[in-house]
Design a protein around this ligand. Sequence first.
Ligand code: MEV
Length: 331
Amino acid sequence: MPSMIHVSAPGKLMLLGEHAVVHGRPCLVTAVDSRLHMTLTRSGDDRFTLDAPDVGAHGVTGRLADAFRDGRALTHGTRFIESALRVFAEQIGLEGGVAIATRSDFSSQLGLGSSSATVACALFGLARLQDVELAPQRLFDLGLETIRRVQGTASGFDLAAAIFGGTLVYENAASRRIEPLGAPGLPLIAAYSGIKADTATYVQRVNARLAAHPAAMEHIFEAMRALVIAGRDALIQCDWARLGELLDMGHGLVHALGVDIPQTAALVFAARAAGAFGAKLSGAGGGDCVIALAGEDRRAEVERALEAAGGTLLRVAPNAPGVRVETESTP
Ligand code: MEV
C-alpha cells in the first residue's frame, strides 16, 4: 500500500445545457487541462490535516470522527474534503489518519469546477491509498453523495467531467447517462468575465422563474435538450460551424432563463463580431466564463476581441483526461 499518493483531476467547461441539466435534461461538458492536484499522506493516527491554500485552509486539523460531523465542517474551505472523508469512512471504511494538501492550476473563482475536482481527487486518492479499486461509476456515486451533503441540488455534471474526463453527454434523469464523445480538435476559446458567480443563487433564480412560468420554462428546457442532441452530433462530426450556431442559440436560451448579465453578453457579442463560429456563457450565469469556437484563421482575432471587451483569456484545452494518479510512493 502506498504511504503517499499524488492525484489530479481536471476542471470543466459547460458547452450546452446548463440549468436544464438540474431539471433532468442532458448537457454537454468538456474536461479542461487545468487540474486540481492533491497529495494524500498516511499519518497512522486517528486525525486528518488539510492544507488547501486556494480556499484559505492552512493546517486545519481534527479527529477523523469530527470530519463533517452533523453536516458541519471545521472551516468553510474544507467542507468538500471533510464531506468526502465522512462519506468514504461510512461507505468504504477509513484505515487511519491522513494529511491532505491541494494545489490548483486554476483559481476557484473561475467556476471551472474546483469543488468537484477536489471531491474526485479526495475519494479516488483515499481509495488508492488503501489499495481499494473503485469503478468510476461507484466513485461517481460516492462523489455525488459527498457534494449533495454540502450543497443540496447539484446535477453532478462537473463531477462526471472530473472523474471520466474527455467530452461527455451527461444526464441525471431517472436513469443516469454518461456518454463519452470523441471531440478531437474542438477549437474552444474561454474567457473569464471578471465576476465570480454564485451558482446556488442563479439556480434559485431559475427555480423561481420556473415556478412563475412553468409552461414557458419547460419549453426552454426542452429546446436546450434539442440543442444538446444536435450538439452531440455536430461534435461527433467535428462540424464546428454547426456547433457554433448551436452555442449561439444556447446563449439565447440561457438569456431567457434570466442568468445572462451585461458583462457576459458583451464578451459573447465581441467574440461573434470577431468571427467566432459561435459563443455563449458557460455555467450558472451571473458572471464566470464565456466560451467561443473559432477556426485557426480567426482565433487570434477572437481572443483579442474578448480581451478588449474586458475578458481574461483562460489557456485551457478541452478533452482532458479524468482523475488519475500522478505519482505514489511506498514506505
Ligand atoms: C453550473 O455550472 C451549472 C448548473 O447547471 C448547475 C448544475 O448543473 O449543478 C447551473
